[in-house]
Write a protein that binds this ligand. Sequence first.
Ligand code: F6R
Length: 247
Amino acid sequence: MISIVRARDYNDMSRKAANIISAQIILKPNCVLGLATGSTPIGAYQQLVEWYKKGDLDFSQVSSYNLDEYRGLSGDNPQSYRYFMNTNLFDHVNIDKANTHVPDGMAEDGEASCAAYDAAVAAAGYPDLQLLGIGNNGHIGFNEPDDHFSKGTHLVDLTESTIEANSRLFDSIDEVPRQAYSMGVQTIMFAKMILVIANGEKKAQAVHDMCFGPVAPSCPASILQLHPNTVLVADEEALSLCADELA
Ligand code: F6R
């Protein structure tokens, strides 16, 4: 079962999520965080930076593993997820960059690089807390709707829906990479706690299916119903199709 925390709006969702992440860091200063990119976590990252600057948080022993990276983008490309993480979080806190990990979008041998990423996440003991956004189509990481759940880190062909959703961050839709490396669903499920955040009505169907639909790879996030410790923090719009179930 997924525990649902209701937030009023994006800011409230972001603060609540940051509170949960910050509690994890306080309880276990050398914790492993699984991190996500995209629009949804930006507010939570800003809040964490603010608390760090106030002296309330210490990232010096934290390590992190990101979910995904576009294939063909290097870390200094402003559209890459490594760049996103640096500019939205890592550059502003005292995390040791050597302890931050993002799949290598430029890997010459993609398969070997994915296997090495899985081995590194496993050796780290898997995330204590995995932060997830959710795609309009129910994807987590870049695990798109499919006829099976994925396992380890792998190369993904992005769906038209995801390419279109992500095109808002590029000059034109043609510039959106068509492939990405993503942690697999199985690896995500190994995290000790999962924190999903969602806001806005575009996420309402995916949030409903994740929490209350059948557990099926047509909505990859639905597998989180089987995880022992998943919390969803979502705003009213994202929860708007769950009114009956939450009544
Ligand atoms: C990002 C990721 C994706 C996003 C999802 C939602 O690292 O893995 O699954 O979380 O596409 O994206 P936003 O937050 O931009 O709506």
